[in-house]
Design a protein. Structure first.
Length: 107
């Protein structure tokens, strides 16, 4: 993770109040980036790394993910490498998660 990406993660955590995430403008003002496009590029990179999640097409939906969020990392890997390359591993991970939920074990 780059220093700028770390600043954006900290900004998201700092500016999130009552479940409402900051806008790109608010993040940019806090970390010193002037353009929304610059903020968007950093957020795209963080999402690709599986460090944050967001709902595309909806405003203020950024969520900082826990370090060990395996499912998010698998989704990020699929986004960058393609479903064909990691599809079997992702399906196995989903099956393991579902089995753990059924048996009452945390994953």
């Amino acid at each position: 993770m780059t220093p700028l990406q770390g600043k954006v993660l900290t900004a998201i955590e700092t500016l999130t109040h009552d479940g409402v995430c900051p806008s790109y403008d608010e993040i940019g003002r806090l970390i010193g980036l002037r353009s929304r496009g610059g903020v968007r590029r950093v957020i795209d990179a963080l999402e690709a790394q599986g460090r944050i999640a967001r709902t595309h097409g909806r405003a203020r939906t950024l969520t900082v993910l826990p370090e060990g969020d395996l499912m998010a990392k698998m989704r990020a890997l699929i986004a960058t490498e393609g479903e064909y390359l990691v599809g079997r591993a992702f399906k196995a991970c989903c099956a393991e998660r579902d089995a753990a939920a059924i048996n009452g074990r945390p994953m």
